[in-house]
Design a protein around this ligand. Structure first.
Ligand code: NAD
Ligand code: MG
Length: 390
């Protein structure tokens, strides 16, 4: 029987690649739900092609247009944040792919877990905000949470068959982003248009900026801590600019396993859908002769402070990673609008981590409140920083 999939965030980079995987394998997969925040042109096109049971459009003002186009085709249309969380409860869904960006992923993920749906998760921010609750709820409901993020999928794949073997450490590989090797001075005036040009991956705007600041790798350290139950000192970052080795696990006997391949998110997406099986496909194959050298270098965490700030938040624990995430979301948004400079992304996060009240053992409501408070404080700081630009 085919697996029925809800694609949350179907119009994004991960969402559209997930639909490519599904399109190629109509026997294996069926789209049950599609959701988008505002790109209704693409959402409608996808819905007409994949004929889901239901769609959710995020922005209320766009509901009428979507409904007009899809209701005649017997596709249910829902609107808003609450619907996005609730839609995952549908009985007919087997797997929920969380391809939403940012904090918006948290509630739908938790609700899907609580309704015992298998989760394929690309949305790393959910782990950063509330990893403890997500892993606790997944264990309590006996729900598999399969990573889609390429590094975490790599580690997950390396761990297949190693259930009883403790991990000594993991190496998260990092491409280094578009500004690798630059000094602080050289980063002062870099514009978002340059930051959006990633050398190896074609991704959404937010993760592209995160990749340039290396906050993406910082967020991934926190994501890995929760997914694989590791201490911060068991997680190392190594810059590997070719993005062929997607990450590595070192076991207690010193043996290191790596997962490799050309950079293509369709592979981890497909694996999350078919796990524990693998499915034959026609993705382009890696050729060793094309890559005579694979290189590995230390990251520069002093210049690319996304890494050091994330370790700091992780070591502090409590709601601090949630503060880090919210401040980063606001800072990235402001940077994309040219309201702040590249290095100000770091200072905004650092200041937010000092200004927001620390909660040692937060519950869900505390995370929601922390997210709100941090956004408010970060916005106020941006206003104070560049009053003439806002
Ligand atoms: P994207 O910006 O391309 O797409 C985001 C999707 O979420 C869109 O469909 C959009 O409509 C929807 N969305 C945006 N804001 C929303 C909101 N507030 N409420 C509801 N829906 C909203 O992002 P992406 O690059 O596909 O990344 C998605 C997630 O996957 C991120 O967490 C990212 O870190 C992670 N990820 C992405 C890649 C990649 O290659 N793109 C790789 C690894 C991990
Ligand atoms: Mg990644």
């Amino acid at each position: 029987m085919s697996k029925r999939i809800a694609v949350l965030g179907s119009t994004g980079s991960i969402g559209t690649q997930a639909l490519e995987v599904i399109r190629e394998n109509p026997e294996q997969f069926k789209v049950e739900v599609l959701t988008a925040q505002s790109n209704i042109k693409l959402l409608i096109k996808q819905a007409l092609e994949f004929k889901p049971n239901a769609v959710v459009i995020g922005k209320p003002a766009l509901f009428d247009k979507v409904s007009e186009s899809l209701s005649p085709h017997d596709i249910k249309v829902f609107v808003g944040e609450e619907s996005l969380s609730q839609i995952v409860e549908m009985e007919s869904i087997d797997i929920v792919l969380i391809a939403l960006v940012g904090f918006a992923g948290l509630k739908p993920t938790l609700n899907a877990i609580q309704h015992k749906k298998q989760i394929a998760i690309a949305n790393k921010e959910t782990f950063v905000v509330a990893g403890e609750i997500v892993t606790r709820e997944a264990a309590r409901n006996k729900v598999p949470v399969i990573p889609v993020d390429s590094e975490h999928s790599a580690i997950f794949q390396c761990l297949a068959g190693e259930h009883y073997n403790p991990i000594e450490k993991i190496y998260l590989t990092a491409s280094g982003g578009p500004f690798f090797g630059r000094t602080k001075d050289e980063l002062t005036n870099v514009k978002s248009a340059d930051a959006l040009k990633h050398p190896n991956w074609d991704m959404g705007c937010k993760i592209s900026i995160d990749s340039a600041t290396m906050m993406n790798k910082g967020l991934e350290v926190i994501e890995a801590k929760w997914l694989f139950n590791l201490r911060p000192d068991q997680i190392d970052i190594i810059v590997h600019q070719q993005s062929i080795v997607h990450s590595m696990v070192q076991f207690e006997d010193g043996s290191i396993k790596a997962q490799m391949g050309l950079p293509d998110m369709k592979l981890p997406i497909q694996y999350a859908f078919t796990y524990p099986e693998r499915l034959a496909n026609r993705f382009k194959r890696f050729n060793f002769a094309d890559y005579p050298v694979l290189s590995f270098k230390e990251p520069d965490a002093e210049t690319f402070r996304g890494i050091s700030l994330a370790y700091e938040a992780l070591n502090k624990g409590g709601n601090m990673p949630c503060v880090l995430n919210a401040a980063n979301e606001i800072a990235v948004d402001a940077y994309l609008r040219d309201q702040i400079g590249f290095l100000e992304i770091y200072s905004l996060i650092e200041q937010s981590m000092l200004k927001v009240d620390f909660i040692r053992n937060p519950e869900l409501d505390d995370y929601i409140e922390t997210d709100k408070e941090t956004r408010k404080k970060a916005r106020a700081m941006i206003n104070a920083l560049k009053p003439n630009k806002i």
